[in-house]
Design a protein around this ligand. Structure first.
Ligand SMILES: O=C[C@H](O)[C@H](O)[C@H](O)COP(=O)(O)O
Length: 242
């Protein structure tokens, strides 16, 4: 393997630690993003070396494709039904292990998968750990029909919460509007600081046209934070604490 950058070494360390939690016979959810890519590689290595029998569901087409290339068999989530563990990356992690996800546009399938798992473990480099969520833009997946009306609803919600004066951006990739795996679009909200994530999550979920937002609240039980020196710190959440 070519020499890794400090950031990639941190991601790989977190990925290895998460994959070490995997046991023979487990039903797994495989996350999406650059950190999850390391996890899928390390998982495939373990499967090859140890002959682990796993059932895996992917949170995106990209992860499905990568896993297939590495010899991991991917099934539909509904074929498996329920998962023991989902391992995924995150864009921000606060001290209660609340998350912002969706930087890669996969948060809808990621949230469905995590919600169908006994346990969600997040893997990340130290740059993802924050005191308060919101410096990273908050992705909101929206149905293209009535997009401008949905945008007005979101802006009213943000205004009433005193949250943002900056325009929300319709996500583009390579100069064209980004489409998710479900063929929806994404509005990225620039909020700086989300004082009450639960209230914002409720408000966004109540807007017709919003499919899913990137706030993952009370879903993650363990975060494994890798460091450029290869060490890993475990952050845990006490159940019942918002
Ligand atoms: O939509 C993408 C996912 O939520 C990713 O898990 C998240 O954006 C973190 O990605 P990365 O590991 O590339 O920072």
């Amino acid at each position: 393997m070519p020499e890794l950058s400090p950031s990639d070494t941190a991601k790989d360390a977190a990925a290895r630690a998460a994959v070490a939690l995997v046991q023979d016979g487990m039903r797994l959810g495989l996350g999406t993003g650059s950190t999850a890519v390391f996890m899928v590689h390390r998982l495939a290595e373990r499967v090859r070396a140890e002959g682990l029998r796993l059932r895996c569901a992917a949170t995106s087409r990209a992860t499905c494709d990568l896993a297939g290339q590495l010899g991991l068999r991917i099934e539909e989530l509904d074929e498996i039904g329920w998962l023991d563990l989902t391992i995924d990356g995150a864009d921000e992690i606060d001290p209660d292990l609340n998350l912002i996800k969706g930087g890669g546009g996969a948060h809808l399938r990621e949230k469905i998968t995590a919600a169908a798992s006994d346990r969600m473990v997040v893997i990340a480099d130290p740059g993802k750990v924050v005191e308060t969520l919101g410096a990273f833009h908050l992705p909101v997946e929206v149905i293209p029909f009535g997009l401008e009306v949905t945008r007005v609803h979101i802006q009213r919600l943000l205004d009433s919460a005193g949250l943002s004066q900056r325009p929300m951006l319709l996500r583009q990739r390579d100069g064209v509007v980004f489409r998710t795996d479900e063929d929806n679009v994404i509005l990225d909200l620039s909020l700086d600081c989300i004082g009450d994530p639960a209230q914002l999550a409720r408000g966004l979920s109540a807007i017709p046209g919003v499919v899913e937002h990137g706030l993952f609240l009370n879903m993650c039980q363990l975060a494994l934070i890798g460091s450029p020196d290869g060490s890993v710190i475990e952050l845990t959440r006490i159940e019942g604490v918002a």
